[in-house]
Design a protein around this ligand. Structure first.
Ligand code: 5GP
Ligand code: MG
Ligand code: MG
Length: 196
């Protein structure tokens, strides 16, 4: 059955057509990105302020922050929740804040921790917002990037993986609020969409 345990592997493996990026690849890349960010910000005096946009980036935020913790500088973790007025598999670019930052970011060095940059609509809105709050600097680390992101006028300084234009789930990324807990990133079988 749909929720029944598989003989080997997890129940959700049955819904995955193929894996795009494995758990081990994510772990390695996250360590690499954290080292780069640490090296580039070794002399930031008051530490970094990591901003995660819920919910997709939550897994990456947790792992990236821990990896960064091994190299420094110190970081504070902030979370925002936004709604992009859209459901399903596309983004509209019209953004509403559901949960704002808990602190003043004026004069702070901010790193936006993103799950995936596709159209870049959400991200370009967010960068404008953070800059309007007078951050000293705003940079982006994104675990995944799709080809359309090259059209985005916002620089993503740190990118984990370039992946094809395909809808992916796992490692924080959902379809209809499911599959976020997958430890890897993959593509769903077509029949999963058919039954929803
Ligand atoms: P963008 O505004 O760059 O098009 O994407 C905004 C958000 O849409 C991303 O931060 C991510 O949460 C979601 N998104 C983009 N592509 C995918 C995808 O392939 N799968 C899932 N599950 N979410 C995606
Ligand atoms: Mg995101
Ligand atoms: Mg989603």
């Amino acid at each position: 059955g749909r929720l029944g345990a598989m003989a080997d592997g997890s129940w959700y493996d049955a819904d995955i057509d193929h894996v795009i990026i494995s758990e081990a690849q994510i772990r390695e890349k996250t360590a690499e990105l954290a080292k780069q960010v640490a090296a580039d910000h070794a002399h930031v005096e008051d530490g970094l302020l990591l901003v995660c946009v819920l919910k997709g980036a939550v897994m990456f935020m947790a792992d990236f922050a821990r990896a960064l913790g091994r190299h420094g500088p110190p970081a504070e973790l902030e979370f925002m929740a936004v709604s992009s007025y859209g459901q399903g598999t596309t983004s509209s670019g019209v953004v509403r804040i559901l949960k704002d930052l808990d602190r003043d970011i004026a004069g702070r060095h901010v790193i936006v921790v993103e799950d995936i940059v596709d159209s870049g609509l959400t991200l370009s809105w967010l960068l404008r917002y953070l800059e309007s709050r007078s951050a000293a600097s705003v940079e982006v680390v994104a675990l995944f990037r799709k080809p359309d992101a090259v059209k985005v006028p916002v620089p993503v300084k740190y990118v984990g993986f370039d992946i094809p234009t395909e809808f992916v789930v796992g490692y924080g990324l959902d379809f209809d609020e499911r599959y976020r807990e997958l430890p890897y990133v993959g593509v769903l079988k077509p029949e999963v969409y058919a039954r929803s």
